[in-house]
Design a protein around this ligand. Structure first.
Ligand code: GUN
Ligand code: FE
Length: 424
């Protein structure tokens, strides 16, 4: 079926490139983009149209690193550096997800909130709990969120959420058996090197190879962590080698943070096709540092953005995009490196993630539509008429869920199905 979306089209078809069409037309065939037009071609004149008037139709967001079981601690417990923060708050919070009824409530709310904020693709950490992880996948699928979810593996230094090596492997296999979802797929998730014994890392590396599964983890986030990894793996000169040693350093692997990745580690990422997921809010909250994003990009590393809730305090990816701009300006003040422009940062928080999952950058023909529609009419009245580029910038900085009027995921509008706040 052909459908037409009419409104102001704004997208970033390439890194740093912003394209705008005032009063344009987006033509879909069964949710797949056919083309973007200034004037509607004659052949589509009789097709049903969704008229968004002066609304801004923009690509949706992709959050390539977040921890679902940390949603209950959002906005709390940010007075400690990473390793103490994990022991003091995080592992205890995740331990609650043994209870699948509790997991159902939290994950349903999280899935709906993701859609309400315009995030339609994710790469997500669950907890170590198999049943709660399957519940999470089911709730994301139901809400219309797509992407990857990983049952976390952690057989050492895990306090109340530590598993035995045997259980970790057996439960991973049981979880993979239960993964039968159309739009949410499994990703192997060794939490980070200090959480996994060599034996477990080797088992996961074997699984990744045998079943062609993707991998996500953390890399060079914090000084204390990097020193700990060195002590645990004296044979590895650098952090990334601890993943490489066990077959977990592979094309498409998602490595969150990379704050302290030096030249060699960055080159190893570029060579292997490993992605860096930049989580600026989390890096500031946990005093981890400011990631060398410009350097990573210049070395040819794929970079996407992550909210990293609850180290990050904002689930809404436009806030994460803004935070990445702020962090890049702090970096600029420290080193002189060029900061991220608004279209560049938006590209990283949107197009980069869509590309990771095989989608297009911007509204590219042949791809299922992932988009948000923003109504900026209630934003402060400007002194003059704004260009679409200015309205785009303001929307990125100021919008919240109240301004989002529609959300398309895999070509289908999903926001209408989410009950209002009073019914949640
Ligand atoms: N490193 C290992 N686990 C975590 C986590 O839950 N959050 C962050 N930010 N870093 C980690
Ligand atoms: Fe994280």
């Amino acid at each position: 079926m052909t459908t037409i979306l009419h409104g102001n089209l704004i997208h970033t078809p390439a890194f740093g490139k912003l394209e705008t069409i005032h009063g344009g037309y987006l033509v879909l065939e069964d949710g797949v983009i056919q083309g973007v037009y200034r004037v509607l071609p004659e052949q589509y004149a009789a097709c049903p149209a969704e008229d968004y008037g002066e609304g801004l139709i923009m690509p949706s967001f992709a959050d390539l690193h977040l921890h679902a079981p940390q949603y209950p601690m959002l906005g709390m417990g940010m007075d400690l550096p990473l390793l103490d923060w994990l022991d003091t708050y995080t592992f205890r919070t995740e331990a609650r997800f043994e209870d699948t009824a509790y997991a159902r409530r939290v994950y349903r709310a999280l899935a709906r909130e993701l859609i309400a904020c315009g995030t339609t693709r994710v790469a997500m950490f669950s907890s170590r709990h198999t049943d709660a992880t399957l519940v999470l996948m089911e709730e994301l699928e139901r809400a219309g969120v797509t992407g990857y979810v990983g049952k976390v593996n952690m057989d050492r230094n895990g306090g109340p959420v530590q598993e035995t090596t045997e259980d970790s492997v057996a439960e991973t296999l049981r979880w993979l058996e239960g993964c039968r979802f159309a739009h949410i797929k499994p990703i192997l998730t060794p939490r980070f090197t200090p959480s996994c014994t060599n034996e477990l890392m080797a088992e996961l590396g074997k699984l990744a190879l045998e079943r062609g599964l993707p991998v996500q983890s953390h890399l060079s986030e914090n000084d204390g962590e990097v020193a700990w990894v060195k002590a645990l793996h004296p044979d590895c000169g650098q952090y990334w080698e601890t993943y490489q040693k066990y077959g977990l350093w592979k094309s498409g692997a998602l490595m969150a943070h990379c704050v302290h990745s030096g030249r060699r580690e960055q080159e190893a990422m570029a060579e292997a096709g490993v992605w860096a997921v930049h989580c600026a809010a989390s890096n500031v909250n946990l005093c981890s540092g400011t990631a060398p994003v410009r350097e990573l990009l210049e070395r040819g590393v794929h970079v996407a953005l992550g909210s990293d809730i609850a180290g990050g305090d904002q689930l809404a990816m436009n806030k994460v995009v803004v935070m990445s701009i702020r962090a890049s300006k702090i970096k600029r003040m420290e080193t002189g490196a060029a900061f991220l422009t608004v279209p560049e940062a938006y590209y990283l928080g949107s197009a980069a993630g869509h590309l990771y999952f095989g989608g297009g950058a911007g509204f590219q023909a042949g791809h299922l539509l992932h988009a948000v529609v923003v109504d900026d009419s209630a934003m402060p009245e400007p002194t003059r008429e704004l260009t679409l580029a200015e309205r785009f910038e303001r929307a990125v900085y100021l919008m919240d869920r109240r301004h989002i009027k529609a959300v398309y995921s895999e070509g289908i509008e999903r926001l209408r199905q989410i009950p209002g706040p009073e019914k949640r």
